[in-house]
Write a protein that binds this ligand. Structure first.
Ligand SMILES: [Zn+2]
Length: 403
């Protein structure tokens, strides 16, 4: 702001400062609601460090402009009123490219999700085919919900691999062999005909839980994804921890067995070679040698209370706990969320993981740690992809034409 030193300069500058401050505070409140989702006025005051009176006045003004709405909720066991942004017509899309699945979902600017759908992908799938399927699924989703393509401002895309922060290329080629060596951001944006934002899938699981729901903004949240691969995402104060290399949270390559099976990373005996869903299915096949089994059969057996299948999952959880325990000693996290396709089968894997983690870490380090199964199941990553995109849109206020 420029200062004008004339007769009534002091007065007009003061009035201008007040107005500018008010605009900044309104932007801060809108940005916080966009970043952290619906919340009470008390939470808004804590996060923005504005006084309760200022928050109340701003919420009143925004409500009169129909930019926010109030809704009843329960907070800390008590009835409370949450303030939420009113959707403004802008939409983001999330795409989760897995090693064996593809999932898409939409989210409006009020954080309401719509149109989730998924399909299986063949082993060793390659970009051209997979991205063409993704484009088709996104188009279907938009048509079904009457959303114009021009209203989609950004698309978050999850990949089951570490990505180089600047180029978005796959750091570890062995994880998605057919996807290595290409400009992933450019290829994805061109195929989907949308601006894109790429991120590792476990990181997006962390975002899904650290920027929405009961753990929004907690000091330290660890998301552990158990799937064909095993990885972790870290979020501090609701913000994703992003390393310069793009490689962080790769707990799947924690070495458990010195001379074990060769891993995709070239090492031997990594956690991923012992406790991934691939191992669980292979072990289950030994119990059911007459059947061709897949993960759904394991899940069905566990759901039916099959003791052998439950024991397999418990043992896998115990192995994963060996890698989660040192993370707990290092970070003493507030929350550890366990996600991936096995999240929906409940206690078998989870109990093994928690017991093993507690047994192998300092009691004081996990004394206040809450261990939970992801309530988003295997949708956490696509949910996180939408939230990441929406947060970027809210933070920038506009979107670049392409990535
Ligand atoms: Zn490895």
């Amino acid at each position: 702001m420029s200062l004008v030193f004339d007769g009534d300069g002091a007065a007009s500058t003061s009035a201008g400062s007040q107005k500018a401050l008010r605009v900044r505070n309104i932007e801060l409140v809108v940005g916080t609601l966009g970043n952290d989702g619906p919340q009470t006025q008390a939470m808004l005051a804590r996060r923005t460090r504005l006084s309760p009176g200022t928050i109340s006045s701003i919420v009143h003004e925004l409500a009169a402009q129909h930019r926010v709405s109030a809704r009843s909720t329960i907070s800390a066991g008590r009835r409370a009123v949450e303030i939420a942004l009113v959707p403004d017509g802008r939409v983001v899309v999330g795409v989760d490219v897995g090693r064996a699945h593809l999932r898409v979902m939409g989210m409006d600017s009020g954080r309401r999700t719509f149109g989730m759908r998924s399909t299986a992908l063949p082993a060793a799938h390659v970009p051209a085919e997979t991205l063409a399927i993704a484009r088709h699924m996104v188009d279907e989703l938009l048509t079904e919900h009457g959303v114009n393509r021009s209203d989609v401002v950004l698309c978050g895309v999850a990949f089951p691999a570490s990505l180089t922060p600047v180029t978005g290329s796959v750091v570890q080629a062995s994880v998605l062999p057919g996807w290595a060596g290409i400009d992933l951001a450019e290829a994805t944006s061109r195929a989907l005909d949308l601006p894109v934002l790429l991120e590792n899938d476990a990181n997006l699981g962390a975002i899904a839980h650290a920027s929405a729901g009961p753990f929004t903004g907690v000091r330290c949240l660890v998301f552990v994804k158990v799937g064909t691969g095993i990885g972790a995402g870290l979020a501090f104060d609701g913000r994703l921890y992003e390393s310069a290399s793009g490689i962080a949270g790769e707990i799947g390559h924690f070495q458990l067995v010195d001379d074990g099976e060769v891993c995709t990373c070239g090492s031997r005996g990594c956690l991923e070679t012992v406790a991934s869903t691939r191992n669980i299915v292979a072990d289950f096949a030994r119990i059911r040698p007459d059947d061709h089994v897949d993960l759904d059969d394991v899940i069905a057996a566990v759901t039916a209370g099959d003791p052998a299948a439950m024991r397999l999952l418990h043992n896998a959880g115990a192995q994963i706990g060996r890698a989660v325990a040192p993370i707990c000693n290092l970070l003493s996290p507030d929350v550890v969320v366990v996600g991936g396709p096995l999240a929906r089968v409940g206690a078998a894997l989870f109990d093994g993981l928690v017991q093993s983690t507690r047994q192998r870490s300092l009691p004081a380090a996990t004394k206040h740690t809450r261990f939970v199964m992801s309530d988003l199941g295997d949708h956490a990553e696509v949910h996180g992809a939408c939230l990441l995109a929406l947060r970027r849109v809210m933070a920038e206020g506009h979107v670049r034409a392409s990535n």
